[in-house]
Design a protein around this ligand. Structure first.
Ligand SMILES: [Zn+2]
Length: 303
């Protein structure tokens, strides 16, 4: 998704930094990409990666957490979240991310969240407004950027980075459990939730609350409980570790519905839609506005 790739850093990262990086440019910005170590997902890992990044790149001012997440459907299909869609953290009440599993149980049995997460930086917040306004008039560029990527790296088609097909997006009723096997081939189609047919494969970008927690959710009833409690439309595991250490927004491509039918079939395409959306988002961020943000290292030193 980079416009220019600059490879790995020429100077070795600082001694305290164990991350590996890819450098490049996207639009008007120089970009540093750090990935979470394989099999080490979750908030602690994300916080560690971000912290170490600032040793080697002390001038970083803002960030984006980009990857896959689970979509949370709702009875009214509003928002109508499908696999391959993108959710961007944004909410006037919560700031965009809530932690659903850190808090205390009150005497009446209810749960009070104790974690207060920072809001996204101003420069990214205003760009979000512009992106949203743009899509009132024009189709988003997610498909366009994915096509560009697949033309440049044709092998990615074989690796399932192209759209898996609308019929491969199956949402089952919350109380219907997965039968068996890696796919839903044996699952009863009559228990699928009826949804309006999408006319094309263009992913939709949704703006709302992302619920972050320490467990992989594979249970529709737990998922729906989190939705009802926090008004969340997406579930993931890393944002909670990042929001207070790194002024950022979270962009998640939807790869499953956090139910027992969860599998990895949509993961490559969902990762691609999130990355494509991040690229388009960055086009609306003003370099001047980012220059006005404090460098992250200074914020951390104050804290
Ligand atoms: Zn199934």
């Amino acid at each position: 998704m980079m416009d220019e790739e600059h490879g790995e850093p020429q100077t070795p990262p600082a001694a305290a930094d164990n991350n590996s990086y890819i450098l490049g440019s996207m639009g008007k910005f120089k970009v540093v990409v750090a990935c979470l170590p394989m099999h080490q997902l979750g908030a602690f890992s994300a916080a560690a990666v971000a912290k170490e990044m600032f040793f080697s790149f002390p001038r970083i001012r803002v960030g984006m957490l980009v990857g896959i997440g689970a979509g949370i459907p709702n009875d009214d299909n509003d928002p109508d979240i499908r696999l391959g869609d993108v959710v961007i953290s944004s909410s006037p009440e919560s700031g965009g991310v809530v932690v659903y599993d850190f808090g205390k149980k009150l005497a009446d049995g209810s749960f009070q969240s104790l974690s207060v997460l920072s809001r996204p930086p101003r420069s990214l917040g205003s760009a979000l407004g512009k992106l949203k306004a743009e899509h009132e008039m024009h189709e988003n560029k997610v498909v366009h950027y994915i096509e560009e990527m697949l033309e440049k790296y044709p092998i990615m088609r074989k690796k399932k980075y192209s759209h898996p097909g609308l019929s491969a997006d199956r949402l089952f009723q919350a109380n219907y459990l997965h039968v068996s096997g890696k796919t839903c081939a044996k699952c009863d189609t009559s228990t699928q939730v009826e949804r309006e047919e999408r006319l094309d494969e263009n992913p939709v970008i949704h703006y709302g609350t992302i619920a972050s927690g320490s467990a992989v959710i594979k249970d529709a009833l737990t998922r729906d409980e989190i939705r009802d409690k926090h008004g969340a439309i997406c579930l993931e595991m890393e944002a909670a570790g990042l929001m207070n250490n790194f002024p950022c927004i979270v962009i998640r491509g939807i790869s499953d519905y956090a139910d027992s039918h969860k599998n990895d079939h949509w993961q490559p395409f969902a990762a691609a839609t999130a990355a494509a959306c991040a690229k388009e988002f960055l086009e609306h961020v003003q370099p001047k506005a980012v220059d006005g943000e404090p460098v992250v290292k200074d914020i951390l030193n104050q804290g």
